[in-house]
Design a protein. Structure first.
Length: 167
């Protein structure tokens, strides 16, 4: 698979997950879910690469958001800065869906010869975040949101309802 095909596949996976989460949960929950997916990526970077890798990840996030700001300014003037919605009380299904797609992309990263998979995942989530917000997130709010601890998951707090069959 070429770099462009890989990027397009990942962006389609993320886009489909956002649509599913939006249908089930609503916009604010989707934004919270996308942030959860980005936090998951950041946590993996921290676990695998340590603090220096996390700084690089944060720099890449900031660089991508700044690139979108500059692109917006070039095309249509001043970008709109949007406040991130509060995560309290949001519907948990969107977070589960977005963490799942980020994990799926990480699995693809392990079997792909394309080293851009991780970056495509991060930029795909960021582009969806900006699209769902309808503007650019305030950098310090986004940075704080990515550093926030992800709530621990248990079967009792799971959004999954009903019987589960494991294969």
């Amino acid at each position: 698979m070429s770099n462009m095909q890989t990027r397009d596949t990942i962006h389609r996976m993320i886009g489909a997950s956002v649509k599913t989460a939006a249908r089930l949960s609503g916009r604010e929950a989707v934004v919270s879910g996308i942030l959860s997916g980005l936090r998951h990526l950041r946590d993996v970077v921290a676990h695998e690469g340590g603090e220096e890798a996390v700084r690089i990840f944060d720099d890449q996030v900031r660089e991508h958001v700044l690139g979108r700001v500059l692109s917006t300014m070039k095309g249509s003037g001043e970008p709109i800065t949007v406040v991130l919605p509060k995560a309290e009380g949001t519907e948990p299904r969107a977070g589960a869906i977005m963490r799942d797609v980020s994990e799926s992309c990480l699995v693809l990263n392990t079997v792909s010869r394309d080293e851009g998979v991780f970056t495509y995942t991060m930029t795909g989530l960021l582009d969806q975040l900006i699209d769902q917000l309808g503007g650019m997130p305030n950098w310090s709010e986004l940075q704080d949101a990515l550093k926030a601890a992800e709530p621990s998951w248990t079967w009792e707090s799971s959004p999954i309802q009903g019987n589960i069959t494991l294969h």
